[in-house]
Write a protein that binds this ligand. Structure first.
Ligand code: NDP
Ligand code: BG6
Length: 508
């Protein structure tokens, strides 16, 4: 893999959680793999009164605390943080951007970065437009002398209208190919592996359609609550926080047609077509197709867990959903009539993200009389943790007669070698430095995803009678979500954290 051109990375919100937990450790990992530019400077910007030394100290502690690298070398970390500087900014003050520009010019001369700049908005979303506008006013947006790339964190707007407005504002300032909208799920190895599984193997694709697939299920569950992010989360909820972006991107990659090439736009065009084919959910059908819930206080393994409404930063009467499950269809030749079920929630029994392809049962049940109803085959793509793929199918138990048992054929990433799976941010930061936007969301994808979500947002807003079901923290969400699954006796899959622990699973 090649090293990117020399550049300066400016992180706005450098004092924040994302910078400490994800960005700095990811950059450090790239550095020790020799994947950073030969000459590189990082300029942190935020309101906090820090000197460059304070920022370097903060960065060094963050790397030590959050890096997943096994053997952290203090001298290596000190060497890496040596390229870091800090500039205090008031986000609304144009003169602060002029000041920033003069620091950038000095760094550019020292590090020979030839005007190449990446701006990372790791701030509250309300600041994206303000920062981008002031950067361009200060003359820092033009790619005439070196590239200028703007990384925008999710959420990209609040609803369809604000999503469109954000895109319009950005397009008035800079070109679409300068904008990198991060959806970190796209940076996950296993999400990318979906493309390889589907399109590098001859055995799956012929079955990947309505003729052989009964239903598709995508779960992204977290056992944690909202932690310190109650203030943000209470205004977002699971629908905006997870569904509009991460879950729909997984739907896109699962359901898309083979792209003509691995070119960024070829892949994103196919994902867009899936989003355009999502059958709109009518506002009046929302109670039937969408179940929302909120976790309530409970005891998990003997420990008392606070209910959502009593988390820090959350309104005591909040109706924000911490769980959402949706049933929908994709109106195209490949997926007509195949139900898709997606769900996400906080304070679930375990942390797991997986895609389950449920195949139709065989047309003639030769063994039915012996063992009753056969379970269909399932292909389980485990995104995290214990990344891997599991195929469930029936085998004859040794002995007389035909006793059939559902068994697993599994592949786990950790068996490949002692390879550390790179973090999503590592991959995405490397890509943006190389100008590769394949794993970043495009404007039309984001807007089409909002369009699909819009009737749900409207129904919840306009009809307070639509229930927010309570569910005890540590459970798989509200009971009514089970009724979403079509077909007698069918339920969601209840995964265990360890793929290796997956025992025989039979549908009821
Ligand atoms: P933080 O709340 O930690 O905020 C980042 C920084 O922005 C703060 O350090 C603060 O710096 C500044 N800031 C905070 N509030 C305000 C405000 N009201 N006005 C002006 N400046 C403010 O956010 P995160 O780091 O958690 O997230 C940053 C972005 O990344 C968000 O858009 C979030 O949605 C997104 N994101 C975060 C993830 C995470 O794991 N944290 C995961 C995925 C996306 P200062 O006061 O020094 O200016
Ligand atoms: C973020 C959400 O985008 O994704 C968080 O804002 C969520 O609420 C997180 O916890 C989940 O990411 P991951 O990579 O831990 O599955």
């Amino acid at each position: 893999m090649e090293r990117p051109d020399n550049l300066i990375l400016v992180i706005f919100g450098a004092s924040g959680d994302l910078t400490a937990r994800k960005l700095l450790p990811a950059l450090y990992s790239l550095k020790i793999q020799n994947l950073m530019p030969e000459k590189f400077a990082l300029l942190g910007a935020a309101r906090t009164e820090w000197s460059s030394d304070d920022f370097r100290k903060h960065a060094s502690e963050a790397i030590k605390k959050f890096s997943e690298e096994k053997d952290l070398d203090p001298a290596g970390i000190a060497d890496f943080t040596g390229c870091m500087n800090y500039q205090r900014v008031e986000y609304l003050s144009l003169s602060d951007y002029e000041q920033l520009k003069s620091v950038i010019n000095t760094l550019s001369a020292t590090f020979h970065t030839r005007g190449n700049l990446i701006f990372y908005m790791a701030t509250p979303p309300s600041l994206y437009e303000i920062i981008s506008t002031n950067l361009t006013k200060a003359g820092l947006g033009s790619p005439a002398d070196g590239f200028k790339r703007f990384i925008i964190e999710k959420p990209f707007g609040y609803d369809l209208e604000s999503g469109i407005k954000l895109n319009q504002t950005l397009h008035q300032l800079i070109a679409e190919d300068q904008i990198y909208r991060i959806d970190h799920y796209l940076g996950k190895e296993t999400v990318q592996n979906l493309l390889v599984t589907r399109f590098a193997n001859g055995i799956f694709e012929p079955l990947w359609n309505r003729n052989y697939i009964h239903r598709v299920e995508i779960t992204s569950a977290e056992n944690i609550g909202v932690e310190d992010r109650g203030g943000y989360y209470d205004s977002a909820g699971a629908l905006r926080d997870m569904v509009q972006n991460h879950l729909l991107q997984m739907v896109g990659l699962t359901a898309m047609e083979p792209p003509s090439s691995l070119d960024a736009d070829a892949i994103r065009n196919e994902v867009l077509k899936v989003f355009q084919s999502l059958q709109p959910i009518k506002e009046e059908d929302v109670p039937k197709q969408v179940i929302r819930g909120q976790y309530t206080a409970s005891k998990i393994r003997g420990e008392c867990v606070t209910g959502y409404r009593y988390e820090k930063g959350v309104d005591n009467h909040s109706r924000t959903e911490t769980y959402v499950a949706i049933k929908f269809y994709i109106n195209n030749w490949r997926w007509g009539d195949v139900p898709f079920y997606i769900r996400t929630g906080k304070r679930m029994p375990t942390t797991v993200t997986e895609i389950v392809i449920h195949f139709k049962p065989s047309p003639h049940h030769l063994f039915q009389r012996v063992i009753g109803k056969l379970s269909g085959n399932q292909l389980i793509i485990r995104i995290q943790p214990n990344e891997g793929i599991l195929l469930k199918f029936d085998m004859k138990e040794p002995g007389s007669g035909f006793k059939v048992k559902n068994v697993n054929m599994d592949f786990q990433y950790k068996d490949l070698a002692d390879i550390r799976i790179p973090s999503a941010y590592e991959r995405l930061l490397y890509d943006v430095m190389n100008g590769d936007s394949t794993l970043y969301a495009r404007d039309d994808e984001v807007e089409t995803a909002w369009k699909f979500i819009e009737p749900v947002q409207k129904a919840w807003k306009n009809n307070p009678a639509i229930k927010v079901y309570g569910y005890s923290a540590g459970t798989w969400g509200p009971e009514p979500s089970n009724s979403l699954i079509e077909g007698e006796g069918l339920t969601w899959r209840y995964p265990s954290k360890n793929l290796a622990d997956e025992e025989i699973y039979c549908e009821l």
